[in-house]
Design a protein around this ligand. Structure first.
Ligand code: ZN
Length: 77
């Protein structure tokens, strides 16, 4: 998994991918990131039954997660 480690060192690119993936999940389109090999916040990309159906909850938890990762949204998305 050398690619994943080196991508994590390349923080800006990693954060871009985390942000795009989380936004897609908030918008109801969860996917598994093939580059970072990471799941969306509720793992529904790999286990659809875990999908968080409440859009407000997805937004709240997604934004919270981005803040934790230091991947806050730029002002215009
Ligand atoms: Zn996944």
């Amino acid at each position: 998994m050398v690619r994943v480690l080196s991508l994590k060192k390349n923080r800006p690119e990693y954060l871009r991918r985390v942000r795009a993936q989380t936004l897609a999940w908030i918008n109801g389109r969860p996917y598994h990131d093939p580059v970072t090999n990471e799941c969306c916040p509720d793992f529904s990309c790999c286990k659809p039954s875990l999908f968080t159906k409440d859009a407000e909850q997805r937004q709240r938890e997604g934004l919270e997660m981005l803040r934790r990762e230091g991947a806050d949204m730029p002002p215009n998305g």
